[in-house]
Each structure stands twice: as C-alpha cells, then as structure tokens.
Design a protein around this ligand. Structure first.
Ligand SMILES: Cc1ncc(COP(=O)(O)O)c(C=O)c1O
Length: 373
C-alpha cells in the first residue's frame, strides 16, 4: 500500500503541529531534494570560480535535459527562471507592443499576470482584453471569441488558479493562429499535475513552475520556447549572454545561487517515486471532468488539490460537507492525499473559508485511511 498522509511527513521539514494544506501556492520541498540542493551549494562553495565558470554551464544544461524529458521537450528549448511570474514578464517585455495591440487574458488569469499585462499596457498603449469566463465551462469559446486581428498575444492558463479549470490549450492556440496571434501558456500549476507534451500544444512559449508540483526548492521554474521564437526572447536581467542565444542569455542572469535549478533532477526523482493514483471518484455535475480539472488531482505525488472557490457546491455535497454560502471565495488550494470519500469521518467547519473545512489532521487522516485500505 502506498504511503499517504501522516506517514509522508517525515519526508518533509514541516514543523510538528503544522497541517500543511496549501501545497498549491508555494509548495514544500522534500528533505532529499533540499539535501541535493545543499550538495550543489557545497560544491559551489568549495571552489566558487571553478564551479560557476566551468561546472555550472554543463550542469544547467543537464538539468534542462532531465526536465525536458518530463515535458516532452528538447532541453535546449527550455531555460530555468526564478518562477512563472519571471517567465511571463520576460515574454511580455520581449515583445514590442504598440497602441492598438491587444493582449488577451481572462477573468481566471492569475492576479500577478494581470498586473504584469497592465504594466505593459500602461507603457506601450496596448490594451488588455479580459473576457469573463463563467464556470461551468464546456470549451474555449468564452475565451477565443475575444481573439481578433488586433490580438497580439494570448496568455492562457493550462490550469487556472481560482478554479482549477484545465484549458484546452491546443484549441486556443488553433484559434489564435488563425488571427496571427502569439500564445504564451501559463502552466504554473501544470508540471506534475498534467501529463505534458509541451511542443505538441503548438504554443509559442510555455512556462511552468517546478517548485509547486515537482517538489524542487522554491525559485525553480522553466520557460520553454518554440525553436523559431527563441531569438525573440530575452531575460528580464540582461547580462553577459546578451546576443549569444536563448540558453546563454537565460543561463546567466547574473550571480545567484543556482542550487534550486540544479536540484530539479532530484525533484524529478522524488516525483517519479510518488505513490500512484488510487481510484478517481466521479465528480458530480456541473463540474464535469472534461470542463474542469477534477478537484481531486491524482498526478501530483500523494497530494490532492482542491481549489476552493464559490460555485463548488456540487463538490462539497459529494464530499459530504455542508456547502458554504456564496461568501466563500477563497481560492486557496487544499493539498491532501488522494480521494476523500463522502462523509468519511470528515468533520465540517462552520468557518466561512473553505480552506478550513479540514481543520483537524485527524479528519484528514481518517479520510486518507479509509481510501488507502
Ligand atoms: C496560474 C498561475 N500563474 C502564475 C503563478 C505565479 O507563480 P510564481 O509565484 O511561482 O511566479 C501562479 C501561482 O500560483 C499561478 O497560479
């Protein structure tokens, strides 16, 4: 039987008494991955010049190749960045927007992305277009109808943050292509949760975080580029590599601690040994599994992601909890072991925030135990 719940705590450095229910925001790195990062730092400190000049370039490219295998990409088409926010800003800052251009996001786009788009629009005269996307969603229409010949860039989530919606990215890309628009996929939550073949999506650029569901230390994300779009991109920090090509420009963003990027291989090893899914309980309508990421995500280690927001009453009924009122608008993710059976000894909470529904670790454990048997 795979290990779930409390048994996994020893693999993390979480302090006793903390029930870490929000892996989705910032992640938590396992001890073995932190140790791997520490070994990289020790190697660097043992001979900083030799490490940073002679060892690092090759080590980074090896790490990129490891990550590339997971996402179906050539390692030289991806670079490491600090986080998805950095990658999205790098793409936005690399394009020459002009008045009249439109950048398409949507009402479920991540707040930081919205702000970055706003910043670009204020400086260039481009316009942010943000259609409202209502749940349940049957297809990409609510987004693609807003693509026009003025659309220069579409930023589409792979998994949206507030609702866990999985966008049919290929369809969005197809619609964008017809209008000559570029597409950046915000896959901040996707690596580790979705099977990825990034090039097959057909987008121009894709960013994903490794420090969420791939268990790397924080500060590890990637930016993938279609081969013929690489020359357009530049990092936010222009440094020695400027003009020398995609990987050289991004691989040296200035002096920093590179250990979180180099530890990606250790994160991938941890990820590949995760407990495998048990069964996927049916998710009731209106949240059909084709229209929304099942709130129970079975691809991310032993964790389950619940993305809480309003309008998830159907899920709460399935879960055996009392649905909160419409005031419950938390978009926090709740991370737990797979499958919480209906009413499996799970006590509900009168707290208005959904994130507190499973307040007591004993409730979580009882749910986990009942499906692990
Ligand atoms: C959809 C989406 N995009 C971007 C981000 C930003 O990620 P980071 O803070 O690692 O840059 C997040 C963070 O949760 C997100 O959910």
């Amino acid at each position: 039987m795979p290990e779930f719940g409390r048994a996994l705590r020893r693999k993390f450095r979480l302090e006793s008494g903390v029930d870490f229910l929000n892996h989705g925001s910032f992640g938590a790195a396992p001890v073995e991955v932190l140790d791997a990062a520490a070994r990289w730092r020790e190697q660097m400190e043992a001979n900083p010049d030799h490490f940073l000049r002679d060892v690092l370039p090759g080590a980074l490219r090896n790490a990129a190749r490891d990550l590339g295998r997971l996402i179906g990409a050539d390692g030289d088409d991806l670079v490491f960045v600090e986080n998805a926010t950095t990658a999205i800003n790098a793409v936005l800052r690399s394009l020459d927007f002009k008045p009249g251009d439109e950048i398409l996001i949507n009402s479920q786009s991540y707040g930081a992305v919205r702000q970055a788009v706003r910043y670009i629009c204020e400086r260039t005269g481009a316009k942010a277009v943000e259609p409202h996307v209502a749940i349940p969603v049957d297809g990409p229409e609510q987004l693609v109808h807003a693509i026009s010949e003025r659309t220069r860039l579409v930023i589409v989530d792979h998994i949206s943050s507030p609702t866990g919606l999985v966008w049919p990215v290929e369809k969005v890309v197809g619609a964008a292509r017809k209008r000559g628009a570029l597409v950046l996929v915000d896959g901040a939550h996707a690596p580790g949760q979705l099977e990825l073949d990034v090039p097959a999506l057909g987008a121009d650029w894709y960013t994903g975080n490794c420090h969420k569901w791939l268990f790397t230390p924080r500060g590890c994300a990637f930016l993938w580029s279609r081969a013929d779009r690489k020359a357009m991109l530049h990092p936010l920090a222009i440094s020695h590599g400027y003009g020398k090509g995609f990987t050289e420009e991004f691989d040296w963003p200035g002096t920093r601690d590179f250990s979180s990027w180099l530890a990606v291989s250790a994160g991938l090893r941890f990820f590949s040994t995760r407990p495998q899914p048990v069964s996927v309980p049916p998710v009731p309508t209106p949240m059909t599994r084709t229209s929304i990421l099942p709130p129970v995500s079975f691809h991310s280690s032993s964790a389950v992601v619940f993305s809480w927001t309003s309008g998830l009453a159907g899920f709460s009924n399935w879960l055996g909890c009392t649905a909160p009122g419409s005031e419950a608008r938390s978009s926090f993710a709740l991370s737990m072991a797979p499958g919480i059976p209906p009413a499996a000894g799970v006590s509900t909470s009168s707290a208005p925030r959904w994130t507190r529904i499973f307040r007591r670790s004993i409730d979580i454990d009882s749910g986990i135990t009942s499906i692990s048997l």
